[in-house]
Design a binder for this molecule. Structure first.
Ligand code: C2E
Ligand code: MG
Ligand code: MG
Length: 428
């Protein structure tokens, strides 16, 4: 199998710039490869990859193959007639990958996800096509599809995306990235128990870039690691400063899913925390844990053993089951804001939220409601026994000096002391 460099060189020379020919580059991800490798060992897992690649080569003698990542193989396929031949080529490719492989007495069935990009005559450089195929594989994973074509509409132009990443890297160095803090208030006492840090990027050229855009782009590359390490360091520094001002509260830091399976990140994060773990809560989402359960769980145990508090963020928005939550070494459950913002306007949500709070308590977890936008919602959550509340009603994310003013003024306690619409609750 070629290296990436060789593959691109061969691709460049093989590609026929002829529109009557159909060509596609597919990035094939072997599902749960880490788990297969853990079960059969590194050597056999490598043999599995070789066997699958040989098979493709046998079925498609003109194909080019490349190892893109430990669990990902790239394949360039060509067909002499264009039009509708690509879906058929992909179906044939898939059946080669998914037929079982017998290795030293093990029968292995690999299931795959595929992302692919097609080209028209002379349309794009080979490196761009390969990039698009890899991005399509990411999209397939995110969308839970087995096969996905690269879609520019969904993703945007890869060149723009690269420019964004480049500017973000420079912006981080130039101090354009910062943290703001949103209070999490104890419903019983009205005290600010902790704050969540949220990242902001104010680019000199682009203005304010929303986290939904820049975090998602960073997550596709190693950039997310730099941003997260920055967030941990900044949160620690700000937590010391808050303590000096008389507010010894924990700061929540969001940790992207993909970092939970990255042992280098985990080790570095532990070094950064170095004895100050009690200052932070790491907010994690379920995706990473589902994708690579064993490794993610090991890493979470490492954080937990070091004294980091762990919160499961956006609970309810994914597929987490009780059995799954039970096995995670978490301390806190954050109910996704989509359930909370509509708490008082839909009939089903109060039932769901109440049972989630009960579930959390049965598992000895503290429960946080996010997205509290009004007094009624806060009152309802309080009555339901939700431990902490977070949302625009109690305070928008704010820079550190504003947070200190907020804490000094006792704003949260003042808001909590306002008479609530209890009759509304009783009326439900
Ligand atoms: P999240 O971790 O679930 O953060 C909560 C989001 O809800 C924040 O959006 C916050 O501003 C917003 N929010 C809080 N209260 C309310 C409310 O009452 N109503 C409504 N409608 N929204 C509310 P934000 O700051 O835009 O961040 C969005 C997401 O971006 C975060 O969701 C998190 O997944 C990600 N993110 C933000 N900062 C970081 C970071 O430092 N690292 C990583 N990995 N992800 C981050
Ligand atoms: Mg969060
Ligand atoms: Mg959340």
């Amino acid at each position: 199998m070629d290296s990436r460099h060789q593959f691109l060189a061969n691709l460049e020379s093989r590609r026929v710039k002829d529109s009557s020919t159909a060509e596609c580059v597919a990035a094939i991800g072997i599902c749960r490869f880490a788990r297969i490798r853990a079960a059969i060992g590194f050597e056999l897992a490598e043999q599995l990859i070789d066997t699958l690649t040989d098979r493709v080569q046998l079925a498609f003698p003109t194909a080019l193959t490349v190892r893109l990542a430990p669990d990902t193989i790239g394949v360039w396929l060509q067909h002499e007639t264009a039009a509708d031949t690509i879906p058929a080529m992909l179906a044939a490719l898939r059946s080669e990958f998914e037929a079982y492989v017998e290795l030293r007495g093990h029968r292995i069935f690999a299931s795959i996800r595929a992302g692919y990009a097609t080209t028209t005559r002379g349309a794009a450089a080979s490196a761009d096509i390969l990039n698009r195929a890899e991005l399509a594989l990411c999209q397939a994973r995110e969308n839970g599809r087995s096969v996905q074509a690269f879609s520019e509409a969904e993703y945007g132009n890869p060149a723009d995306r690269l420019a964004l990443l480049d500017e973000m890297r420079q912006g981080l160095d130039a101090g354009e990235v910062s943290l703001v803090y949103q209070p999490q208030v104890c419903t019983r006492t009205g005290k600010v128990a902790s704050v969540e840090s949220l990242m902001r990027w104010t680019s000199q050229t682009r203005g304010i870039v929303p986290p939904s855009l820049f975090i998602a782009a960073a997550e596709e590359t190693d950039q997310i690691r730099h941003l997260t390490e920055f967030a941990i360091q900044q949160a620690l520094e700000d937590s010391r400063s808050l303590e000096r001002d008389g507010f010894p509260i924990r700061i929540g830091v969001n940790i992207s899913s993909r970092l939970l399976t990255d042992r280098d990140f985990v080790e570095h994060a532990l070094r950064l925390l170095n004895g100050a773990s009690e200052r932070v809560t790491f907010e994690i989402t379920e995706t990473a844990v589902v994708d690579d359960w064993k490794i993610a769980l090991e890493n979470l145990e490492l954080f937990s053993a070091a004294g980091v508090r762990l919160a499961l963020d956006d609970y309810g928005s994914g597929l987490s089951s009780l059995a799954y939550v039970q096995q995670l070494p978490i301390h806190e459950l954050k109910i996704d804001r989509c359930f909370i913002t509509q708490l008082t306007t839909t009939h089903r949500n109060p039932l769901l939220v109440r049972s989630t709070i009960e579930l959390g308590h049965a598992l000895d977890l503290e429960v946080v409601g996010e997205g509290v936008e009004d007094a009624e919602t806060l009152a309802l959550l309080t009555v339901m026994g939700c431990d902490l509340a977070q949302g625009y009603f109690l305070g928008r994310p704010m820079p550190l000096p504003k947070l200190v003013d907020y804490l000094r003024a006792g704003t949260a306690q003042e808001l909590m002391a306002r008479p609530f619409a209890v009759s509304f609750i009783n009326g439900r």
